[in-house]
Design a protein around this ligand. Structure first.
Ligand SMILES: *Cc1c(COP(=O)(O)O)cnc(C)c1O
Length: 439
């Protein structure tokens, strides 16, 4: 299902999400607008919890904040029993200010700075996933030998090639993430961690990429992690109590895309973990999975207003909307495909059009060649599956104002992030005279 679970059309043909007509939301909050359906968010988070409870009760589901992070989302994740992954000081700060329990935060990243690590240690976060030897140098200096100690996982690179866009692959040999098993680099890191008194090695992590819909690469990753764990047990006597095959489970973006069932994913990962634990002689450890996209992606819908419609006879009809690559760079960055629907009415006819953005790049195209009813300036176009990696990657290119975000549930809408204002664009202008104060 590409659309949020509550999506319907009312009698006048308007798209309704969470019981609220999109037209009403747009009237109040303008366009471009990002709508999150809370029922879908809860259902996805819950689906993960239930699936792993069924297939592998010792599982830990960690939401990957980089897919979309905002303070309003945190209580929902927390109440669903999820942990949280952060990949920067900024995400860590936001999680902290949003009141997310520090002991359920995991810190990732291939080049964590000393300041970021210091903040993580100061806040007392649950776990750091060590990516490289430089990070170990830093931690060795920063974590006191006689303190409470720090739980760490080691990110290894298993050399697995998942079928996804090259920019979304992270577990192939030629990658900036983690330490390669094959070269012995990962083993050297294990040896070092074991020798650093402040660090407790809890286990091994790998993340092979994103928007992966086949289950086999996840099973292969789990297997590679256990095989590595067995080798490390034999060499250094360390027994992991955690194995993490990362995140990356895909979602459908267009109507013909495979469904990507969370239960099937959980079953496959669980089955391979149980089999590998038995094969290598381990008691089943905590199994950590880190879904980002597959929790928030299907809950989000972007809404744009149509402006210019430009016909190039015999070539293409461009329908230009009031957003584009500044709020959703995925089509330009990955060649990502989306579907869309007319949101303010049902329409007659059907024509092939290209939905273009308003920014100064020819590559600023949201959807190339989509069949939609005949569109008029002023129409609203809704793009589903826009909950992940759209706002998270949004920029102020062309000094675009980043969109407002509303959360809808049970016929009510909450403004959870206001649209940026022109004044926000001046917030960092160090040399601009401050406007006279009224007092
Ligand atoms: C990006 C990332 C995730 C989440 O990936 P999704 O495709 O959004 O599920 C999980 N773990 C790590 C380490 C990541 O870098």
């Amino acid at each position: 299902m590409v659309w949020p679970v509550t999506t319907e059309r009312d009698r006048s043909g308007r798209l309704v999400i969470g019981g609220v007509p999109v037209t009403a939301l747009v009237e109040e909050y303008g366009t471009p607008l990002y709508i999150y359906d809370e029922a879908t968010l809860r259902e996805r988070a819950d689906a993960y919890r239930r699936a792993f409870a069924r297939h592998y009760p010792r599982a830990r589901v960690v939401y990957a904040g980089k897919a979309y992070m905002a303070t309003w989302l945190l209580p929902l994740l927390e109440s669903a029993g999820l942990w949280l992954d952060v990949v920067s000081g900024g995400e860590l700060y936001l999680a902290h200010r949003g009141g997310f329990p520090a002991e359920r935060i995991v810190f990732h990243g291939n080049n964590k700075t000393p300041d970021e690590l210091a903040l993580a240690l100061q806040l007392g976060i649950g776990e750091v996933v060590v990516d490289n030897h430089h990070e170990l140098d830093l931690l060795e200096r920063m974590v006191p030998a006689d303190g409470p100690g720090l739980d760490v996982l080691l990110r290894v690179n298993p050399g697995i090639d998942a079928h996804t866009h090259a920019y979304r692959k992270t577990g192939i040999v030629d990658s900036k993430f983690g330490l390669l098993i094959e070269s012995g680099d990962a083993a050297r890191a294990v040896e070092r961690i074991v020798g650093i008194p402040g660090l407790r090695l809890r286990g091994y992590h790998a993340h092979i990429g994103s928007q992966i819909v086949e289950l086999e690469p996840f099973a292969a990753t789990v297997d590679a992690l256990f095989r590595f764990a067995a080798a490390m047990r034999d060499r250094f006597g360390v027994v992991p109590d955690q194995i993490s095959p990362g995140g990356g489970f895909g979602i459908p973006y267009e109507s013909g895309d495979p469904e990507a069932a969370i239960d099937a994913y959980a079953e496959a990962v669980a089955r391979s973990a149980l089999a590998a634990a038995e094969r290598w002689g381990f008691a089943p450890p905590v199994l950590t999975v880190e879904p980002g996209r597959s929790i928030v992606g299907p809950a989000g819908v972007a809404v744009y207003r149509v402006g210019t419609i430009k016909d190039i006879p015999g070539v293409r009809r461009y329908v230009c909307v009031d957003g584009g690559m500044a709020d959703n760079i995925r089509p330009a960055l990955y060649g990502a495909r989306y579907t869309a629907a007319l949101a303010n009415r049902t329409g007659e006819g059907e024509a092939l059009v290209t939905i273009a953005g308003k920014y100064c790049e020819s590559g600023d195209v949201l959807i190339k060649d989509i069949a939609l009813p005949t569109l008029e300036p002023g129409d609203l176009i809704a793009l589903p599956a826009a909950g992940a990696y759209c706002l998270a990657m949004a920029s102020n290119y062309n000094l675009a104002l980043r969109p407002a975000v509303v959360a809808v549930a049970g016929g009510e809408a909450r403004l959870v992030q206001r649209r940026e204002r022109y004044e926000d664009l001046l917030a960092r202008e160090a040399l601009l005279a401050t406007p006279p104060r009224s007092d």
